[in-house]
Design a protein around this ligand. Structure first.
Ligand code: G6P
Length: 372
C-alpha cells in the first residue's frame, strides 16, 4: 500500500532514502567513544581471530560486490591475504581452506542457496565461518560460527540498496576489529577511520540531497543501448554494482571495467555517444590513481564517449572532461563506496522508471534465490 511505501511510489525509492538511518543503525552500539569496537556477537574469540592467516569472502550478486570492496580495506588494514569469490563457483573448485582460514559469507537474506552450500562446505573443511546478514535467525547465520548482523531493516525491493550500504559498514567493522585485536600499529590510521565511519550517515544524507542532476541525466538516457562503467581501486566494484543495477532494473546492457584495463581491449567499444559512467577515486592518499583516471576520461572522450563523471566536490581537475559531472562528498578513499554507490542506485532506478519498469519487482528476479 501507499502508506507502507512512506509516500514513495516504490519500496526501492524509500529504501534508498532510508540509507542514512540504516548505516547509523548498523554502527550503533558497536563503536565506543574512545574508538574501541565491540563486536562480541560475532562469537569468534580474539585468540581465534589472532590465528587467522587467510580470509575468503563468498557471496552472490550485490553482496559479492560488498566483498570485493572489503578485500581492499581488510588487506590494507590487517595485512591478511583476502580472496573474494562468487559462492556458486567456490565449492566446485577444491579451494584451499583450514582452521586458520576465516570465511566471511555475505548475504542480506541469509537464504541464498549458493552461499549456504559454500558455508557448509567451508565448515566441513574446518574453516571458521562468519556471516554478515540482515535477517535475524535466517539459515546462513544459523549454520555459521559467528554472525554480524546489518541493521538495515526489512528490504522489500528486489534489487539490494540499503542492505548493500550496511554490508559495507559491517565489512569495515570486521576489518577494523581484526586490526584492533591483532594489535596492528598503523600510526593513527585505524583510529582515524573508525572516527570517519561514524560520520558516514551524515555523508549519505548529503549525497542523497545532491542527486537531482543524476535523476535528470538518467531520464535523458532511457534510449541508450548500452552503458559502460569504469572505476579503479574500490571504485571498480562500485562500477560493477552500477552495471548490475542497470541490468536488473532497466534491462539494459551494461558492463563495468577496471579503468586501467581499458587499453587492453574494451576501449574498442568506445564510439560516438556511448555513455560511460566513471567513478573517480578520492584525491586523498591515492592521487596517482586520481591522475590516471583523469587521463582515462580524456582518452575515452577524445573517442566520442559521453562522459558521466562521479567525483568529489571541488574536483576541478576532472571538470573539463566531464559531459555531466555528478558530485559526491569527499570522504577517505576506502570509505568512498559508501557515498559513490548512491548515484548508481539513483541512476538505475530513475532510468528504469523512465522506461516504465517496476523497480520493486524486476522481471525474472527474486529477492532471495533458494535454489542452486
Ligand atoms: C538475488 C537478488 C540480489 C542479491 C542476491 C544475493 O539474486 O536479486 O539483489 O544481491 O540475490 O542475495 P543475498 O540475500 O545472498 O545477499
Amino acid at each position: 500500500s501507499a502508506a507502507e511505501k512512506g509516500g514513495y511510489d516504490y519500496f526501492m525509492l524509500k529504501e534508498i532514502a532510508e540509507q542514512p538511518r540504516a548505516v547509523a543503525d548498523t554502527l550503533l552500539g558497536r563503536v565506543a567513544v574512545d574508538g574501541t569496537l565491540t563486536l562480541d556477537e560475532m562469537r569468534l574469540a580474539p585468540e581465534e581471530l589472532r590465528d587467522i592467516n587467510k580470509i575468503v569472502i563468498i557471496a552472490c550478486g550485490t553482496s559479492y560486490h560488498a566483498g570485493l570492496i572489503a578485500k581492499y580495506a581488510i588487506e590494507h588494514w590487517c595485512r591478511i591475504p583476502c580472496e573474494v569469490e562468487v559462492a556458486s563457483e567456490f565449492r566446485y573448485r577444491d579451494p584451499i581452506l583450514d582452521r586458520q582460514t576465516m570465511v566471511i559469507a555475505i548475504s542480506q537474506s541469509g537464504e541464498s542457496m549458493d552461499t549456504l552450500m559454500a558455508v557448509r562446505y567451508a565448515r566441513e573443511q574446518r574453516a571458521r565461518v562468519l556471516a554478515i546478514c540482515n535477517v535475524n535467525g535466517s539459515t546462513i547465520p544459523r549454520e555459521s560460527d559467528g554472525v554480524l548482523y546489518t541493521h538495515a531493516g526489512p528490504e522489500v525491493g528486489v534489487a539490494a540498496t540499503k542492505t548493500f550500504l550496511t554490508q559495507l559498514i559491517a565489512c569495515y567493522l570486521v576489518g577494523l576489529y581484526l586490526a584492533q585485536v591483532r594489535n596492528l600499529k598503523f600510526g593513527d590510521e585505524v583510529n582515524a577511520v573508525i572516527e570517519q565511519l561514524s560520520g558516514m550517515p551524515e555523508q549519505v544524507e548529503r549525497v542523497l540531497s545532491m542527486m537531482e542532476p543524476m535523476r535528470d541525466l538518467a531520464r535523458s538516457l532511457s534510449g541508450a543501448n548500452t552503458v559502460l562503467f569504469l572505476g579503479r581501486h574500490v571504485g571498480y566494484p562500485v562500477a560493477m554494482e552500477g552495471a548490475l543495477k542497470l541490468k536488473e532494473l532497466a534491462y539494459m546492457h551494461a558492463e563495468a571495467f577496471a579503468a586501467g584495463e581499458l587499453k587492453h581491449g574494451s576501449i574498442a567499444l568506445i564510439e560516438e555517444g556511448v555513455p560511460v559512467v566513471v567513478v573517480v577515486p578520492s584525491r586523498e592518499g591515492r592521487s596517482v590513481l586520481h591522475d590516471k583516471i583523469v587521463s582515462n576520461i580524456q582518452e575515452i572522450r577524445a573517442r566520442g564517449a559521453r562522459t558521466i563523471v562521479i567525483a568529489e566536490e571541488g574536483d576541478e581537475k576532472v571538470r573539463p572532461y566531464a559531459d555531466t559531472l555528478i558530485e559526491i562528498p569527499a570522504v577517505p578513499t576506502l570509505l568512498q563506496p559508501i557515498v559513490a554507490t548512491v548515484p548508481m542506485q539513483v541512476f538505475a532506478s530513475e532510468l528504469a522508471l523512465a522506461k516504465g519498469n517496476d523497480v520493486d519487482q524486476p522481471r525474472n528476479l527474486a529477492k532471495s534465490v533458494t535454489v542452486e
